[in-house]
Ligand binder design. Structure first.
Ligand code: ADP
Ligand code: MG
Length: 277
């Protein structure tokens, strides 16, 4: 885990957020507090509302109720200010596959009116370990390289708060490790990062704070030990997650409070094998 460089102020502050799509209530009173300079992992199953949360915090969607402040600005009443302070990389990589890696970066630097765009592009290519592929069309890159380029592009213009929505979903283990390295590097620089993930190991490795999103609210929040304790003393984060989300072996219940009292089974441990832990 990276050092905690937060100075006490909150980069993201969410209070009582509600969001429905038709009859589907996705967020039902979501609260979050992300200290500036820290890495925060929003952990949730498919469909839990992670992207919905990121979309509201990045001013793409409007909440039905509740408040959210990002970099000190209200997302509903000061969206332009919020947008100037943030960057977001979505679940799908947004790079131009015909342009080279270097050209992609230089283009974004130009669009964001950064001085010396080519120099900035060259620096980022180096920093993200893409120098050897700098002159190749980005469409020829591996999944991990595309994702690294996508994240590098999103950092142009020095955003205060970085949103990464499932940055490693769909990557093979090598690509996942590459992206973890990149995120770890950003964290060491003291950036505020909110990442969403379905992978416990990713959350445990990268984040100072983990929040489990389930049933439209945060079922547990804190470091790994706090999450395990909240799940009734689960042996590991995966077991805790399965308990909190009602997916443990004997589960199927949506009742988080009831499920939290149970001792979870170990659950599938494929992520451990994959990461060599
Ligand atoms: N624009 C939309 N219209 C209708 N339903 C949506 C829309 N966006 C998301 N949903 C629904 O909201 C729920 C949460 O979605 P999402 O935030 O994408 O979850 P996650 O990112 O955690 O997988 C899902 O049931 C999804 O089908
Ligand atoms: Mg999503």
């Amino acid at each position: 885990m990276p050092p905690d460089t937060s100075g006490g102020s909150l980069a993201i502050e969410v209070n009582g957020l509600y969001k429905s799509f038709g009859d589907t209530a996705v967020l039902r009173g979501l609260d979050l507090a992300v200290p500036a300079g820290s890495v925060f992992a929003l952990l949730g199953m498919n469909g839990a509302g992670k992207t919905t949360t990121v979309s509201i915090l990045t001013t793409v969607l409007k909440a039905d109720a509740g408040t959210a402040r990002v970099a000190g600005c209200d997302v509903a009443t000061q969206p332009a200010k919020v947008r100037r302070a943030i960057t977001v990389t979505g679940q799908n990589v947004a790079i131009d596959t015909v342009l080279t890696g270097l050209e992609n970066l230089a283009l974004i630097a130009k669009l964001r009116r950064v001085p010396r765009p080519k120099v900035v592009a060259g620096e980022l290519i180096e920093r993200f370990g893409l120098a050897q592929a700098a002159g190749k069309p980005a469409g020829t890159y591996s999944g991990g390289m595309k994702r690294r380029l996508d994240i590098a592009m999103s950092l142009i213009g020095q955003p205060q708060v970085v949103f990464l929505d499932e940055p490693t979903t769909g990557l093979d283990p090598a690509g996942r490790h590459e992206v973890w390295g990149v995120i770890g590097g950003l964290a060491e620089q003291g950036r505020t990062i909110l990442l969403t993930t379905q992978y416990m190991e990713e959350a445990a490795r990268l984040a100072h704070t983990i929040a489990v999103l389930h049933g439209g609210v945060i079922a547990a929040q804190g470091d790994e030990a706090t999450i395990r304790a909240a799940a009734g003393g689960a042996p590991d984060l995966e077991a805790a997650f399965l308990t909190l989300t009602g997916n443990d072996a004997g589960g199927g219940t949506e009742d988080v409070a009831g499920a939290a009292g149970k001792t979870a089974g170990a659950g599938p441990a494929s992520w451990r094998k994959e990461s060599g832990l």
